[in-house]
Write a protein of this length. Sequence first.
Length: 129
Amino acid sequence: MDVVSTYKFARISARKARDVAREIQGLPVNEALDILAFTPRKGAELFEKTMKTALADAEHNFELDVDRLIVKEATVGEGPTFKRFKPRARGSASGIRKRTAHIRVVLTDEVEENDKAKRIDVSPEKRKD
């Protein structure tokens, strides 16, 4: 079962938040939260907040086991841009774009067939070198 949590209108540019999203995709939730806790970026804090919301939803609304959840998808879309103006020299002005993002985290307890195959073939006895 998939659990989706969305943080809309986050005050960070989507480009900066996508770096953090790439780090946590496909990881178990415990590992992803550890990575986010020790990543010194604003996007990590926003993703951590969104993941904790998804975890609470999974535990209380869907009664899923939190230890078995993995991050199926972590995406960042662009939100609206706030346009501001800053005064410049000789009476002119230049524009400032304050970008926002929509952060989406999908957690699942289902293991894909590709992941099962990777986990089974890890043992050294079964490998044929």
